[in-house]
Every structure is written in C-alpha cells, then in structure tokens.
Design a protein around this ligand. Structure first.
Ligand code: NCD
Length: 339
C-alpha cells in the first residue's frame, strides 16, 4: 500500500491503497503536464520545477520501457538521475545487504525508483525508510511476480482516455489475457478496478496460468464482477478492452510454458473482425507472439500510445510525490499563470 494522507502520495508500493479521487487527479495531472510540454516554453518551465532534486534508478531486474520512461520523466522535471542496473557493478558483490544498499542510495538522492526480481522488496525498502533519519520516497517499478503499480496507473490513464467519449472506465467489460498467474501488471491493475462502477473483468488464461487466488479474493471482497475462461473467441465480441500479456517464461522452473498453445491466447488480423469496432487492445509490452505485429495498424491497437502514456503518468506521479500539483495548475493556465 502507498502512504496516502489527505490526497498526498509518498511511497508507491502496490496498487491496493489507491482511491478514485487520487486516480482521477493523477489522470488529470498527466494530461495537464502533456499540454504544458506542448506549449511554447512549456518544456523549459517543467524542467525548472525540480532542478535540485536527485533520483536513484535501481533496476537490477531487466527493463526497457519502465527504466527509460522513469529516467525521462525525471529529466522532464529537471531531476538528475543516478542508476544501478547491473548489481555486479555495485557493492552487493562485496556482500553489502539490500538494506544497506538502499540506505546508501537514500544518502544521496531524494527518491528511489526500484525494480527487483523479488516480491516485497519495495515494501521492505519503505519500511527501512521509517527507521532512518533521512527517509526518501520509494517507488516500486516492478517487484517480482507480484506488483507493478505505476504500470497499473498508466494503464488506467490509457483506459480512461480511450473511453473518454463513452463515460470512462465505469461500466466497461475489460478482458485480461495470457499468463495471469505470473504477470504483475494484471495483478496490479486488478487491484485498482474496485474504484470503477459496474466493471466486468474477464480473465482469459490457460488453466495452469489462471489468476492467483489472492487477487480473486480481493475482487470478490470489493464486489468487482469477474469471470474466468480459457476461450477468447467466446468473449471477444463482448469486450471493450483486451489487455494482452506475454507468457512470463523467465519464471519457468520446469519449462512449464513450453509447448503452450499461444494461438488460443493471441490476437491477429484473423480474429480482429470479432472485436467491437470501438474496443481497444492494450499490452504492457514487451510482446511475444501473442500480438501479431500486423495488428499494430488497426486503430483499436493502443499499446504504443499506452507506452508513451507511461512516461507522462510517471511525471505526474513524481509531481504528486514532490507536491508540485499547484505549480502545474499555474503553468497550465498559460503565460499569465507563470509567476
Ligand atoms: C512488464 C513487466 O515488467 O512486468 N513490462 C513493463 O514494465 N512494461 C510486462 C512484462 O514484462 O511482461
């Protein structure tokens, strides 16, 4: 859960604690920031917001988009960045503990953005912050198979924008497909769904990779309607959004995903006609064979837009953590507002 007091944001650890007003505010903030960046001189104004701030990007687990989008999000706000991507280049090889490494980062920077192969490490870093004299906010950029809260936030933004003319996410049928058992993006996104009215989730997965019980338990507890199936073709005509995910083969212990029939859990130009004309296709990326590149040309494919949205949502998250939303409101009101 993230620390949230009276609409404030500090640590971002998982998707569970987010309430609708904060989600709506983050989406509005994201759009506002994009608009400022497009205004003459706007990018410069944004860069002057946090010139003294420093961020640590600690990414011992592989990443392309999340790393680059956070790195660029920091630079958009003038935040300087340091990074460790390969633990072989840090004192971890000398046996330094995780806690000591995190404490060291906090000595030099104002926010730690981290991705780890282990679940729960962002929460552990946040707990450590509660015990040291100079704590800094921790942002979870992916923790094992468990959580990826900032991806869920950019997914919410993409859904809301895509359905802006149709009442937003409320009332929509949203299918999540693929390796739901080991996919942290879908686990985190499910955690936000209780904030939207009359959403129907359709969980499409091979039985061996079905959504874990803890997520389903939460959905039930919050009264979010969901159904499970392993047949995409049966639900395809009903859905408003199809969130496709790849097989998370890196977690295989006995080659369990080998021999999987991807065809049943993939989308290609042949099954596109079954999809509603105004539905959208999302994917956190990177993709495997589950989305045929020929689908990219279909106007319903929004995953490249989703990827770009990620950077702007991450700017908004940083703005909220550093409590600059009022400055953003001033900048958005145009040159007169720029004092
Ligand atoms: C996702 C991740 O790392 O969990 N990628 C991302 O951050 N966009 C999805 C994935 O790797 O399948």
């Amino acid at each position: 859960m993230q620390s949230e007091m009276a609409g404030r944001l500090y640590h971002v650890l998982d998707s569970h604690g987010f309430e609708r007003p904060l989600l709506d505010e983050l989406c509005e903030l994201t759009t506002r920031i994009r608009n400022i960046a497009k205004m003459p001189g706007g990018a410069r104004e944004l860069q002057m917001l946090l010139p003294e701030a420093r961020a640590m990007l600690y990414f011992p687990q592989p990443s392309t988009r999340t790393f680059l989008s956070f790195n660029n999000a920091c630079h958009i706000l003038g935040i300087r960045t340091s990074e460790i991507r390969d633990p072989a280049t840090s004192s971890e090889v000398k046996g330094e503990s995780f806690d000591d490494s995190i404490r060291t980062f906090s000595s030099y920077v104002d926010v730690i953005i981290m991705r780890t192969p282990e679940a729960g490490y962002a929460a552990r870093a946040a707990a450590l912050m509660g015990r040291i004299p100079r704590p800094v906010p921790i942002i979870n950029a992916g923790s094992g198979k468990d959580q990826h809260p900032t991806q869920a936030l950019l997914d919410i933004y993409t859904l809301e924008r895509s359905f802006a003319e149709r009442g937003g996410i409320d009332g929509k049928v949203i299918a999540m497909m693929g390796d739901l058992r080991r996919g942290r993006t879908v686990r985190s996104l499910c955690g936000l769904m209780r904030n939207y009215r009359d959403v129907h989730l359709v969980l499409v997965a091979p039985p061996a990779f079905a959504m874990e019980e803890d997520v389903k338990q939460r959905l039930r507890a919050h009264g979010t309607r969901f159904t499970e199936t392993s047949r995409l073709s049966e639900v395809l005509p009903e859905i408003d959004a199809l969130y496709v995910t790849r097989m998370q083969t890196e977690w295989d212990t006995e080659g369990e995903s080998h021999g999987m029939d991807y065809a049943q859990f993939s989308i290609n130009p042949r099954n596109l006609p079954q999809l509603k004309h105004d539905a959208i296709i999302m994917h956190p990326l990177p993709r495997g064979p589950e989305i045929d590149p020929a689908v990219d040309d279909d106007p319903r494919a929004v995953y490249w837009r989703q990827e770009r949205n990620g950077m702007w949502m991450r700017v908004a998250i940083l703005v909220k953590i550093f409590r600059l939303e009022d400055r953003i409101a001033e900048l958005a009101s145009g040159p007169a507002g720029r004092g």
